[in-house]
Design a protein around this ligand. Structure first.
Ligand SMILES: [Zn+2]
Length: 139
């Protein structure tokens, strides 16, 4: 767990050990990895290097929620995550947001990865045992 002060509102931003581990694995595939954490009316982008150290923190305005669908999918993380070494950077950058709270729609907004790709990646992560279940939720 890492606690960082939000540059926009001064409240604390929490990054869990699991998020740090997955983001640093993504960074080790090349480049830094950014985790976007919703924080009130803004999003805090925390950039992590391959050793799990925080390189930069910035706040940006939150993206508008897509209005066209009331149904969303909520991925539930596996109790024991299989080795991260098997996953690509893109797959890790989706897995980092799987916490049993965020939905596929939120993951798409936070990562900038199209919803269809987020959904197909989540299905694949479920088949491989990284995601325990994917449930349908009504917004
Ligand atoms: Zn804030």
């Amino acid at each position: 767990m890492k606690q960082i002060k939000c540059p926009a509102c001064g409240r604390e931003v929490k990054i869990t050990s699991r998020e740090l581990e997955i983001a640093s694995a993504a960074a080790s595939r090349g480049g830094l990895a950014t985790i976007a954490v919703p924080h009130g009316d803004h999003v805090v982008e925390v950039t992590i290097d391959e050793r799990g150290a925080v390189r930069s923190v910035r706040a940006v305005p939150a993206a508008e929620e897509s209005p066209f669908s009331l149904l969303d999918l909520k991925p539930i993380p596996a109790e024991r995550t299989p080795p991260l070494s098997r996953l690509s950077r893109r797959e890790l950058m989706i897995l980092v947001y799987v916490d049993g709270v965020r939905t596929a729609g939120e993951i798409s907004r936070l990562t900038g990865i199209p919803l269809g790709e987020v959904k197909s990646t989540l299905e694949m992560l479920k088949k491989l045992g990284y995601v325990k279940d994917i449930i349908e939720v009504v917004k």
